[in-house]
Design a protein around this ligand. Structure first.
Ligand code: OAD
Length: 241
């Protein structure tokens, strides 16, 4: 495979999804068929689901924390951290993954746009709750300040992304203009606003790449280049790591 050619002005924006962590052994979202223990994932990962049964929701995220703590970054994560080292502020990573594997592999110029599995906060006053624990049983933890329920720091179905994250992505795209190289890696392109980054990148004249094991025709059609395969193999080859 040819190496990605980046001139001195190139700015690289990378959007990653569950596929990047698949080779580490984290199941992809849609790979679970949208079901967890007979519950629709939308019913577990939503504010309504949390209000209805906080214990069930904490059990779901506790199991995900346990699973994520056991796995390790793969060569795809490492290749992205390495590219960041080379490009510095000409690099930005927006990840939809909450598993923490990018940070563990050294990525720093990174926005966890769908939240972080190992962080929690008060549902009512949003104050962060210092823990990385699991809660299988009652009593559920409460906020020390206001007694609100403690919830996972995850962007749930029906919730909006942190506007500051979206502003940083938009600013990066605008500043890069035609020098932008946008890569979407291991994401199905079904969930907005992340799925719209490719269109914003094309609108400023950037070059767009999709790297995915099994991309949909609809999403692939919106990219200049499509590389089909495993990100843990493609990214190191593409970046020459
Ligand atoms: P999906 O599970 O929808 O898609 C994963 C993508 O990874 C698919 O397109 C697969 O073909 C691809 N894939 C699988 N293994 C791969 C590999 N080894 N190398 C490369 N690609 C591979 O996951 P996301 O697109 O991340 O949101 O899902 C987006 C969001 O939907 C999630 O962040 C979650 C969910 O709603 C929230 O939790 C807010």
């Amino acid at each position: 495979m040819d190496k990605l050619k980046l001139d001195a002005q190139a700015r690289v924006l990378v959007l990653t999804g569950a596929g990047v962590s698949a080779e580490s052994g984290v199941p992809t979202f849609r790979g679970m068929n949208g079901l967890w223990e007979g519950n629709r994932v939308e019913d577990v990962a939503s504010p309504t689901g949390f209000r209805a049964d906080p214990q069930l929701v904490w059990r779901f995220y506790s199991l995900r924390r346990e699973a994520a703590a056991k796995v390790s970054p793969n060569p795809g994560h490492l290749a992205l951290a390495d590219l960041e080292q080379r490009l510095g502020e000409r690099f930005l990573l927006a990840t939809q993954n909450v598993d923490g594997l990018h940070a563990r592999s050294g990525s720093r110029r990174m926005l966890a746009i769908h939240g972080e599995l190992f962080q929690s906060r008060c549902e009512r006053c949003n104050v962060p709750f210092a823990d990385a624990q699991t809660y299988f049983a009652a009593p559920m933890p409460r906020c020390e300040k206001c007694q609100g329920a403690i919830r996972p720091h995850i962007v749930w179905f029906g919730e909006t992304l942190d506007p500051a994250h979206l502003e940083q992505v938009d600013a990066f795209i605008e500043a890069a203009g035609e020098h932008l190289v946008f890569l979407a890696v291991g994401t199905s392109g079904l969930v907005y606003p992340a799925a719209g980054m490719v269109d914003a990148s094309r609108a400023v004249g950037g070059t767009t790449w999709l790297i995915d094991a099994a991309p949909s025709d609809e999403y692939a059609a919106r990219f200049d280049h499509v590389l089909r395969g495993r990100s843990g193999e493609i990214l190191p080859a593409l970046f020459g790591r």
